[in-house]
Design a protein around this ligand. Sequence first.
Ligand code: S3P
Length: 167
Amino acid sequence: MIIVLIGYMGSGKSTIGKELATALEYSFLDLDDYISDKEKGSISEIFKTKGEIYFRRKETEYLNDVINSSENIVLALGGGTPCYGKNMDLIINNANVTSFYLKLSIPLLSKRLFTEREKRPLISHLNSETELLEFIGKHLFERNQYYSKSQFTLNTDHKTKQEILED
Ligand code: S3P
């Protein structure tokens, strides 16, 4: 069984994913880390040297690799993974996969992401929390159509890690 965690940057996919994997005795895999390992560079470096189109191509390629595994895995996707090509169909049409959307409100995402934006090439150029808030609002408007195809949606606003895990 593969448990796929979906959600915007900063929504807690990796943090929750690691704890969920430990609790279930599953392996944990972060798709961004997997891409970095395979491509031998950070996500920011890949964006800078090879460009976003190259990154998206690799993201789809590596998603295809791991989604067909027969192991028990908790898989944290990148925020954009479900929104390109047929990635979301691949996830929801696989009987071995259960998908969860970790949904966090725009103000909370913006607060969390502002201090962590350096390592995220799509938002590293934004200079204020207000700019970031506007950016996330527009971006989520486009992305919600993909995220909301997840089998389950968990509202995570003001919840502790433990509460999210229980959900
Ligand atoms: C991206 C999210 C990032 C990473 C890349 C692009 C996106 O992953 O894949 O910077 O398009 O939302 P996280 O959601 O783990 O930050």
